[in-house]
Design a binder for this molecule. Structure first.
Ligand code: UDP
Ligand code: MG
Length: 343
């Protein structure tokens, strides 16, 4: 028995779009999304109750007024207004959690039309074939500036080196089923890095590739400062490797200084030529090594505490096959000794 029944044939789809100061792109984005959703409803691909959910992340321009107007004019649109700017990841989560009880699946995408709306078809196809998470993966970064491409790809490589499980070249354009969202909701951490959390949820997942376009209008709401903050969150929320490095470095330093100390003593015994400087240097390095090892050791415990504090779910059950109401058949005992030996 599946714990969650999802409509796979004609699902209720919620497209969740976080918007921060997006008045320049919103009319065009709304128009294109409306066309897409109407087409899908007409083709019987998605349920009529499907919606486009626009999340206003404390914009200072007319974004929220525009969302309200859209929602008033067409029930296809819905809006969520955050009380202040909380950043892309939080805005996205707010939208997804609002959509969770109302939908079979959600697709999250940016407001600036960089994510190819055409990929929605491929995502739905994968969902209908049984995937619970479908990652939108960029086929190329030709439209990005050299700087953006360099920093973004470096970021994915660094994350991989730190042992963080992420899908290469996947941002936050993805489909998630309701049960995948329920899994996501059991991650209680506040330092959100959705790209790192989502692969931990499990379930069947697949990818759909698309070409990323240039921003339709306006400028990026992710300046270098926000990008670095996101990268830092990604590493420090998912990896305690830096602490491990500290401990390794400390041990190496201690061991190296100890060896150097022994060499100094031997040289002194043989040649009687060594000055006090060598002894002082060795003791400085040895102390540094010991202090660093101690810090690393304390860090290991802090890493463990950090893991506990995050209070992540230990498991998510996908299905259970068990019938508690049915009585089990009594074991048939055979009279003849032959069948006993057959066992
Ligand atoms: N965004 C948001 N809150 C923020 C910053 C950005 O909701 O504080 C939204 C923004 O409106 C857009 C998406 O996050 O829909 C991605 O931002 P952007 O396109 O500026 O990032 P880039 O594509 O340059 O990385
Ligand atoms: Mg963008």
């Amino acid at each position: 028995m599946e714990l969650e029944s999802l409509n796979r044939e004609c699902p209720v789809l919620y497209v969740v779009v976080p918007c921060y100061n997006e008045e320049e792109v919103l009319p065009e984005t709304a128009k294109r999304l409306r066309e897409k959703m109407r087409g899908l409803v007409a083709a019987g691909e998605i349920d009529r109750k499907s919606r486009i959910l626009l999340v206003n992340d404390g914009s200072r321009d007319r974004t929220w007024e525009m969302i309200e107007t859209l929602a008033k004019a067409d029930p296809l649109f819905g809006g969520v207004k955050l009380s202040r700017n909380r950043g892309h990841q939080n805005a996205l989560l707010a939208g997804l959690m609002t959509a969770m009880p109302l939908s079979d699946c959600t697709i999250s995408m940016d407001a600036d039309l960089q994510d190819d709306i055409g990929a929605v078809d491929g995502m739905l196809k994968e969902y209908k074939a049984g995937s619970d998470i479908v990652y939108g993966v960029r086929s190329s970064r030709k439209t990005d500036t050299f700087f953006k491409r360099f920093t973004a790809e470096g970021f994915y490589k660094l994350l991989a080196a730190m042992g963080v499980e992420v899908v290469f070249n996947h941002a936050d354009y993805r489909l998630m089923s309701r049960r995948a969202l329920k899994g996501l909701s059991s991650f209680r951490e506040v330092n959100l890095f959705l790209r790192g959390i989502v692969p931990q949820i499990g379930y069947k997942s697949s990818t759909v590739t698309y070409a990323r376009a240039e921003r339709f209008a306006g400028e990026s709401k992710y300046p270098l400062k926000k990008m670095l903050a996101l990268a830092w969150d990604g590493i420090t929320s998912f990896s305690v490797k830096p602490i491990g490095l500290l401990l390794t470095l400390g041990i190496l330093l201690t061991a190296g200084s100890a060896v150097a100390g022994i060499v100094c003593i031997i040289v002194h015994l043989i040649t009687h030529a060594l000055t006090g400087t060598a002894a002082i240097l060795v003791s400085i390095w040895l102390s540094c090594g010991l202090i660093l090892s101690a810090l690393g050791l304390v860090g290991e415990y802090i890493g463990k505490i950090y893991g506990e504090v995050k209070n992540r779910p230990r498991y998510i059950i996908e299905a259970v096959t068990l019938d508690p109401g049915k009585e089990s058949e009594p074991i048939q005992t055979e009279e003849s000794g032959e069948s006993d030996s057959a066992l």
